[in-house]
Design a protein around this ligand. Structure first.
Ligand code: ARG
Length: 475
């Protein structure tokens, strides 16, 4: 059903209908469109545009339509241009002419952006929830393997010994930053654009603040021209999703590497691996690889919106319809990827002895020698030089630096006496780093406790926001 046509001599060409049509993707907004319309109808009644009887008939019709949409009984058809026209068709079928009365005082321009914001709030909270679940799964593994030491890498070369749990929980910190961005997003974007009309505001609905409160928004946008053309909230969300995707890609890369025969740190559960169509023996880490690969898509979705917005005139332009598909895509892919990755991690078996195996290779204790000398009052540049000489000697003998004898060490520098020996183990190196950000067991246990507290805080935030929005009018 078309929502316009009075001034046209002919209907649109078939190619135009095809190009213009959005109902096949914006149908996802149907439940939000109904909520917004119900709040708007209440506004029309308050303003005296609709009588109490008319308003209650339209509201009941919209509620019935919402139930029919949820059950699949009502669906869009070939004649519908977008979600708004499909819903109006459904209402007119129920109420006749009255079904066309509810769009007074609003435009699709302010309606679409309000629908989309509510959709994003709902789904952002879902993505936040799944992200927290993934971080929780990682932290549980970290707790379980708290006594496993691992080589820490820089440049993918052995650098210094660390706790494997320290290695794992770095991901939880990154993921919780993403959740924090979502929280920040909501605190900034919880403002309703409804009442902005086509661009100039609505002469028929004078109190958009009441409608905003009915929809559980925390305020109203203050410039109607900005409100109908602003898609910052979409771009911000797509950035958050892209950043999250990048974090997931780094988890994916790590598990792909750890799962190689060469590393052998982790075995993935059969249910979270895939096979090869030609090589019967193969068991591949496809979930980890897809986590790595999808990041490109999330970045592409952000980029496509930014390009659509660049140089766009105010207020509403049809280009803005291009904001939906990238957003639906990022959200829907993340809601598939996040649980899959969580399942992969929850069911994986980590091989502690394999992880610890090479912890001291690559002269990983050379920094301990330099730090020991600094504690003996040597300037660090000198300490670094002396330790470097020890590494060179070890290398010439084909051994690791900590395998040099006491006599050999003393010969390099008289301060490298027997008391150095106590510092030359992975355990000593790890436990000496006891600062709040360090890798000592005490530090990592404290960090795990902080992560747990943060997760509790974010979970409470999600629950309270969900409650707020599910209580909104028409929900
Ligand atoms: N399908 C449109 C969109 O997604 C809805 C708004 C249409 N407004 C208009 N003036 N044609 O942006």
């Amino acid at each position: 059903m078309a929502l316009w046509g009075g001034r046209f001599a002919s209907g649109p060409n078939e190619s135009v209908t095809k190009l213009s049509r959005s109902v096949h993707f914006d149908w996802r907004l149907a439940p939000y469109d109904i909520r917004v319309n119900i709040a708007h109808v209440a506004g029309l009644q308050r303003a005296g545009v609709l009588t109490a009887l008319q308003a209650s008939e339209i509201t009941a019709g919209l509620q019935e339509l919402a139930r029919e949409i949820a059950s699949g009984e009502f669906f869009y058809n070939d004649s519908d241009e977008d979600v708004h026209s499909a819903i109006e068709r459904g209402l007119v079928a129920k109420l006749g002419e009255l079904g066309g009365a509810f769009r007074a005082g609003r435009s699709r321009n302010d309606l679409i952006v309000t629908d989309f914001k509510l959709y994003l709030i709902d789904h952002l909270l879902e993505v936040a929830h799944e992200t927290i679940d993934l971080a929780t799964a990682i932290d549980l593994v970290a707790q379980k393997y708290i006594d496993v030491v691992a080589p820490g890498f820089t440049h993918l070369q052995h650098a210094q010994p660390i706790l494997f749990s320290h290695e794992l929980t770095k991901h939880s910190h990154a993921l919780l930053r993403d959740v924090d961005r979502m929280k920040d997003w909501l605190s900034r974007n919880s403002v309703s654009p409804l009442g902005s009309g086509a661009l100039a505001g609505s002469g028929l609905v004078p109190n958009p603040e009441i409608i905003a409160a009915d929809l559980a928004f925390q305020g109203v946008t203050r410039n109607s021209i900005d409100a109908v053309s602003d898609r910052d909230f979409v771009a911000e969300a797509l950035f958050i999703f892209a950043m999250l995707g990048v974090h997931l890609s780094r988890i994916g890369e790590e598990f792909t590497l750890w799962n190689t025969q060469e590393f052998g740190w982790v075995t993935l559960d059969d249910a979270f691996s895939t096979g090869s169509s030609i090589m019967p023996q193969k068991k591949n880490p496809d979930i980890a690889e897809l986590a790595r690969g999808k990041a490109g898509r999330f970045i592409g979705n952000l980029t496509s919106l930014m390009v659509a917005l660049k140089g766009l005139p105010f207020a509403y332009n049809r280009d803005l319809q291009e904001d939906k598909e990238p957003t639906f895509d990022s959200i829907e892919e993340l809601l598939i990827l996040l649980p899959a990755l969580r399942g992969m991690i929850e069911t994986a078996t980590f091989h502690g002895s394999k992880i610890s195996e090479g912890v001291l290779s690559g002269h990983a204790l050379a920094t301990e020698i330099a730090d020991f000398l600094v504690r003996e009052q040597a300037p660090f540049a000198q300490a670094h030089e002396i330790s470097g000489r020890a590494v060179a000697l070890a290398e010439s003998k084909g051994i690791e630096v900590h395998e040099l004898s006491d006599a050999e060490l003393l010969l390099i520098d008289s301060r490298l006496n027997g008391s150095l020996r106590g510092a030359l183990s992975a355990g000593a190196a790890i436990e000496s780093r006891g600062s709040i950000n360090g890798t000592s067991t005490k530090s990592v246990i404290a960090q795990l406790g902080q992560l747990e507290a943060k997760i509790r805080g974010y979970s409470a935030w999600i629950a309270s926001e969900r409650k707020r929005f599910s209580g909104m009018m028409g929900a």
